[in-house]
Design a protein around this ligand. Structure first.
Ligand code: CA
Length: 236
């Protein structure tokens, strides 16, 4: 264990060579790393508490990464970074839908993994970076940053952490077009040109969950912006 204050990272991966390789890089970066080779072991470790971030392989011998993600999210906001194979595109998108914060495709550059771990941890810090009382309204859409609640009219909409942050970022910059790179940097904390498809996947999820109340407009070839607030829908 490297010092008492190192964030605890749990690496869930059944391939021992990948697990030890990832663990080595993270230890060298100053994290307190432990590993789990099965989904059951991972869930037990998370339930025991004090995990700051989970690196979760999609393919595990017992419970798959998507299901683990879903179960962890029922009780915890602990950041999850998923590892997927190149041919598992569909699965990694599902991973984001069930609340993973980010993903990396194998084979990956270990330095990029460390960079992403850092940025996910920074972004998930308890201050959650919005003032306690901060609220935004846009038509019948309202967002409460302190409570991390989104409502359309009276109905609460359940959003994954990054979906929430992305919606906030867009609404907080009403009138401006934000590029995918800007959104990646502000919401995910990347300081290099990342995989901007992550942004598109989250926008798609927001549109699906918010339906007609979604204010997000695609600016073709550039990025996204918030459109005008819609008029209240009449019941007639
Ligand atoms: Ca595996």
């Amino acid at each position: 264990m490297a010092g008492g204050n190192s964030p605890a990272v749990l690496v869930v991966e059944d391939e021992a060579s990948i697990a030890s390789f990832v663990a080595l890089y993270l230890k060298n970066a100053g994290y307190d790393v432990s590993t789990a080779a099965t989904g059951a072991e991972a869930l037990a470790r998370v339930a025991a508490g004090d995990i700051a971030l989970i690196i979760l392989d999609l393919m595990l011998p017992d419970i798959d990464g998507i299901e683990i993600c879903r179960r962890v999210r029922q009780r915890s906001d602990v950041p999850i970074l998923m590892l997927t194979a190149r041919d598992e595109d569909v699965d990694k998108i599902i991973g984001l839908e069930v609340g993973a914060d980010d993903y990396l495709t194998k084979p990956f550059n270990p330095r990029e993994l460390v960079a992403r771990v850092k940025s996910v941890l920074r972004r998930s810090a308890p201050e959650r970076r919005h003032a306690e009382s901060a609220q935004l309204r846009h038509g019948d859409l309202s967002i409460d940053a302190g409570r991390r609640e989104v409502r359309v009219g009276e109905q609460e909409i359940q959003l994954a952490p990054k979906e929430f942050d992305l919606l906030w970022e867009l609404l907080d910059h009403r009138g401006l077009v934000l590029t995918r790179d800007q959104l990646l940097e502000r919401v995910w904390g990347y300081t290099f040109a990342g995989d901007t498809r992550t942004v598109d996947v989250h926008v798609r999820q927001l549109r699906r969950k918010l339906g007609d109340a979604s204010p997000i407009v695609t600016v073709w070839g550039v990025g996204y912006k918030v459109g005008p607030a819609r008029d209240p829908v009449s019941a007639a």
